[in-house]
Design a protein around this ligand. Structure first.
Ligand SMILES: *Cc1c(COP(=O)(O)O)cnc(C)c1O
Length: 469
């Protein structure tokens, strides 16, 4: 027997150590400090105590690793973490990752993992339907995150417009494509421009209106300018739920322009897509279903552990056109009803990403997602109301649970805002960040955690009030 297996008795012991530590963390996340400033020397020293020279006691090592993760990290699953779009992962999702690691299904090909592949197909169909895509020809692929999904969208737009691109590459291209994004778009689009070899000069940054949504007139003007100077408008990215302040670009209005010029329309709903699950608030996301491609991050508002994202596309041939590969050492794909992920997406060997969304969805059903997301939206409404009660001023305007705010005493001073954030973050009782909204440096608090309650919000507002005194 190889040592990697451990004995049955040892495995039981290991599981019980893990279970003991983790269930304590999961049940009492709230009792932990949300975070603090970390000293790199201290963290490096802690990691360097692991030496790998000889065998160590598994239980000690595991306990040290768990200590490292719980001590040297911002506790994103904490209900008072109002930071980036990091959720508290649902328990069923965590179990799905564990189960999936045990079987280690190979998602490169369909024939190696038919069940896990069909699980992902089903998730893609369900998400497409929830977003309001009537077309039965919905297609898509699982990705590691929104950055990979957005990169996939750029590649699809390119291969759609330039049939020779797959062979001749950017080098063989005789055109000057351009990509339109709003000033509030996520910078993974810039990164995609770099990775694809297009370069960031192809990016046209469109002005935003008072609500930080893409200015349609400016978009139209820039397209006209580019056309008359010999550029080829390739793609418009509508950010439907911006990272900074939750602005939602108007897909319908953008489409009226992009479709006139045959421009690929991508909706970056990495974060915002969750809004479509709330039957009460879904209309606020607008017509994302009309886009040619849509990014949805499951590891944000869908409470799934990283990394899990989906790129939806409506042209059933485009992923194939963009990624298709054939080689003897891969099992042959022989039918029309299944797809091989290695041949319709960026990754090759990869884990079963979809299972950690499928399992909780199968256990809880859509209604629980609907209620949970609606609850988070309403917790943000409660936060806005409480902040206003204590003379804080809301600076952004969004139906999404992202609250940006300032105070008379902080106006025109980025330094004061940052100092206040430092103070409350150093208390270990919360984590939030700063974001400039219409040139007003604001405090930004986002509710991505389904466990965040009115009581947590009250504590947050109290903390802010006392830091303001
Ligand atoms: C988070 C985010 C991304 C990037 O997604 P990752 O999952 O972090 O790779 C892209 N676009 C938007 C709007 C986002 O909020």
């Amino acid at each position: 027997m190889n040592k990697f297996d451990f004995t049955k008795e040892e495995r039981k012991q290991i599981r019980s150590i893990v279970e003991e530590n983790l269930s304590e963390y999961y049940s009492n996340t709230k009792s932990k400090k949300v975070g603090r400033l970390f000293d790199p020397i201290e963290v490096k020293e802690f990691v360097n105590q692991f030496e790998f020279k000889e065998e160590s006691n598994a239980e000690d090592v595991i306990e040290n690793v768990i200590y490292g993760l719980s001590e040297y990290a911002i506790q994103t699953p904490h209900p008072s973490y109002y930071g980036l779009f990091n959720p508290r992962p649902g328990y069923a999702s965590i179990m799905a990752d564990y189960i999936s690691a045990m079987f280690n299904p190979q998602l490169a090909s369909w024939s190696h993992a038919p069940f896990a592949n069909e699980v992902e197909r089903k998730c893609i169909e369900e998400l497409g339907a929830k977003l309001g895509i009537k077309d039965a020809a919905i297609d898509g692929a699982f990705c590691s995150g929104g950055a990979e999904s957005n990169l996939t969208a750029v590649l699809c737009a390119l291969n759609n417009k330039y049939p020779k691109l797959a062979k001749e590459g950017i080098i063989g291209m005789n055109s000057r494509p351009v990509i339109y994004i709003s000033a509030e778009a996520h910078h993974s689009v810039h990164k995609a421009a770099r990775i694809t070899g297009l370069g960031t000069d192809v990016i046209r940054t469109i002005k935003v209106n008072k609500n930080l949504e893409m200015d349609i007139d400016d978009l139209e003007l820039r397209i006209e300018e580019d056309l008359s100077s010999g550029y080829e408008p390739l793609m418009v990215v509508a950010t439907t739920g911006s990272t900074g302040a939750g602005a939602i670009d108007n897909v319908k209005e953008i489409l009226a322009i992009s479709s006139r010029h045959g421009i690929w329309l991508h909706a970056d709903a990495a974060y915002g897509a969750g809004l479509k699950i709330s039957s009460k608030y879904r209309e606020h996301l607008g017509a994302v279903h009309l886009a040619d491609s849509i990014t949805i991050d499951l590891h944000k508002w869908f409470s799934v552990p990283m990394g899990a994202s989906v790129i939806l596309v409506k042209d059933r041939n485009i992923l194939k056109k963009t990624f298709e590969m054939r080689t003897d050492y891969m099992p042959l794909h022989e039918n029309e009803v299944t797809v091989d992920p290695y041949s319709n997406s960026i990754q090759w060997s990869r884990r079963a990403i979809g299972l950690k969304f499928f399992l909780p969805l199968a256990i809880h059903g859509w209604k629980v997602y609907d209620d949970t997301i609606t609850h988070q939206i309403e917790i943000a409404q409660y936060m806005r109301q409480q902040l206003k009660r204590y003379n804080w001023e809301i600076t952004n305007n969004t139906p999404l649970p992202i609250v940006c705010f300032t105070h008379d005493n902080l106006k025109n001073s980025d330094a004061k805002v940052n100092k206040l954030i430092d103070t409350i973050v150093q208390s270990g009782k919360t984590w939030c960040s700063a974001y400039s909204v219409n040139n007003e440096m604001s405090i930004r608090a986002c509710i991505t955690n389904y466990a965040t309650s009115e009581q947590n919000v009250d504590e947050f507002v109290e903390l802010l009030n006392s830091a303001m005194e």
